[in-house]
Design a protein around this ligand. Sequence first.
Ligand code: DLL
Length: 430
Amino acid sequence: MFWQKDIELMDKEQLRNTQLDCINKEIKIAKRSEFYKKKLSNIDKISSLDDVKNLPFTTKEDLRNSFPYGFLATDLQNVIRLHSSSGTTGNPTVVFHTAFDISNWANLSARCMYTAGARNNDIFQNTMGYGLFTGGIGFHYGAERLGMLTIPVGPGNSKRQIWFMQNFKTSVIHILPSYALRLFQTVEEMHVDVKRDLNLRIAFIGAEPHSEEMRKKIEELYNIKAFNSYGLSEISGPGVAFECECQSGLHIWEDYVYPEIIDKDTLEVLPDGCEGELVLTTLQREAMPLIRYRTRDLTKIISEPCACGRTHRRIARITARTDDMMIINGVNIFPIQIEKTIMSIPEAGRNYIIEIFENNFMDKLCIKLEIDNENFGGTLRDLEKLQNRLECELKQEIGVTPVIKFVDAGSLPVSDGKAKRVFDLRNKNK
Ligand code: DLL
């Protein structure tokens, strides 16, 4: 059993009071760090949650500029783990954890998995990357805390993934949504029948944006239920918000973080129900509290009660990041708009990339799609029809007519980690 009933069903007022107490504790701890000693020099505590909006924001740049130890709020001897972003541009962001932080995060992850229906008699296969990325090790600890038999396969090696699923009757899988679609190609190549040969019933999918259409595709292909999992390494990793069995938004664990939605331009706090940038304040962190951390993720808070009875509010599926937007000849487009159109057309394949380039001083949007010839089985004429349909539906969704190119299954670049979908090939130096 891992049903934290007293926390998950906590009365709203009690939850708000707990949040206020925790924020004040976090401010106190945070001020032991070099960064917050300066940033919060004139604040010791707040007297109501309404005052949170007067606290300063923390940004990814702040984390980078304070590399390596500027945010550390405890003695190094209390720190047992570090996670870090890939840091392809500039300093990586580094996050520290005490033993309490790690144990707390394991509880939270176990809570998430239980919420979605996983139980201690499940067999859990973790295909997320182990290492500095939080997807692997974060949920590994949670799965063990829940008591599941945990198989730490890690990413890639699709045949081995299927082999483990078949032989150990994996029932719960933790997987990147883009990899779930690619892995299915191997399922087909190995002539595995998901109903006959596998025992999968649940997938936790997250770490990258994906549409409702993509979730449905994964559910249909594997004959399972797929639950959206949101998190970020700055806050801990997976576990920050998670879908319950109702699959209608992700419960953001309000005993663990205090969420706000702000207008990304004016930085004003928006009411529940309005879309904007998610801002999070940690409520229980020892090594590295974060106050009003700007996630850059766009969503809205859903405050209507959930049918599951949990009192923690929900956030809507993350539609994009503030830095995700592509501007094509002046038109603003988010990659997820393209994805949901592709995923809603069954013949359109499962893997794609978006290329933007310049031609005669105009931006051109090209979408390359993998077509599985065996499954498609269509004639050239069918391919032409599919191309026209995609162009038409995409024009309607994004207001720009893209060039559609079909490529062979398995020919697009892949990585063991999150899918890189957008390749902007425009000359930025002109
Ligand atoms: O991706 C943590 C994680 C691991 C979450 C496994 C879920 C499952 P980072 O690498 O720091 O941490 O990336 C965090 O990924 O700010 C979002 O932009 C994006 N992201 C994470 N989950 C989702 C999701 C992990 N469910 C960044 N939907 C976040 C959309 C997501 N985007």
